[in-house]
Design a protein around this ligand. Structure first.
Ligand SMILES: Cc1cc2nc3c(=O)[nH]c(=O)nc-3n(C[C@H](O)[C@H](O)[C@H](O)COP(=O)(O)O)c2cc1C
Length: 251
């Protein structure tokens, strides 16, 4: 049994308060185990400020890049980006992300062909006028040369629910939020190591599960080409919202 919290173990009249009724519902489960917070060092404010500024300056230079050089990138860098993504917090620690890293030219060509087939239909038939107008400043179309030019494609799948060995389903929690945070950490890791990426969402993405042999409990979320920018790479002229437009301090 865990030690009662000394601050709350006695009521105002000194009597031991009743245990909340929900506690009884988990009495059959093993006691949770705790370890001291690992590797935490408190920094002084000047150090924190310097690190925060440096990180922001690095991230501020990040741009979605659609023009990739074909130069190879070591596999270890991709492993480190995926490991970094895998440090994301997740609902009930379900870690509902799976990454498929592809450097096989034949497989990249298949992905590109399937993506372009879907994207051609999307751009010409499925897109609403509003959607087409929103994308217009980005100058994108159905041609996705980054899918074969980039040395790596990293496809992020969300595990919608887990599968137990007997085939029964194990619920995952806050899958979209958790996978979104993991994607953000992946993008940040790529930026920190001096490479570029693109969070590509070919529409629809069902073909990725089939081509990559993933289970029906997984859903493809992003295709992220990773590599160096082509020397002539260009990006749309976009501005980011200023701080005052994205923050409110207190009510
Ligand atoms: C969820 C998501 C989906 C996206 N899908 C695509 C896509 O399919 N194709 C593409 O070229 N860019 C895609 N983007 C990239 C955005 O267009 C880009 O992030 C945005 O224009 C801002 O540019 P920046 O990333 O350079 O700041 C996507 C971004 C996000 C977050």
């Amino acid at each position: 049994m865990p030690e009662p919290d000394p601050d709350t173990s006695r009521g105002a009249n000194g009597a031991a308060p009743a245990e909340p009724s929900y506690k009884a519902l988990t009495r059959h489960l093993p006691e949770p185990r705790f370890v001291p917070l690992p590797g935490y060092t408190r920094l002084d404010e000047a150090q924190m400020l310097a690190r925060a500024e440096a990180f922001y300056r690095t991230m501020e230079r990040r741009r979605t890049t659609r023009h990739f050089a074909t130069d190879p990138v070591p596999r270890r860098l991709i492993e480190l980006a995926i490991l970094t993504a895998g440090t994301a917090p997740s609902g009930a620690h379900r870690q509902p992300w799976r990454f498929v890293a592809i450097d096989d030219a034949g497989l990249k060509a298949k992905i590109r062909a399937a993506a372009e087939e879907e994207e051609l239909k999307t751009y010409s038939e499925r897109m609403t006028d509003e959607w087409r107008e929103a994308l217009h400043p980005l100058g994108t179309d159905h041609v996705k040369e980054h899918l074969t030019d980039a040395p790596w494609l990293v496809v992020l799948f969300a595990e919608k629910f887990g599968l137990r060995p007997d085939g029964s389903h194990r619920k995952n929690y806050y899958v979209d939020e958790s996978v979104g945070i993991a994607a953000g950490l992946f993008v940040a890791a790529i930026q920190m190591m001096g490479l570029v990426t693109l969070t590509h969402t070919p529409n629809p993405m069902g073909f990725l599960r089939d081509l990559l042999g993933r289970g029906t409990n997984e859903k493809a979320v992003l295709v992220m080409p990773v590599g160096y920018p082509r020397p002539d790479a260009k990006v749309p002229d976009l501005q980011r919202l200023p701080l005052e437009a994205i923050v409110q301090w207190n009510a």
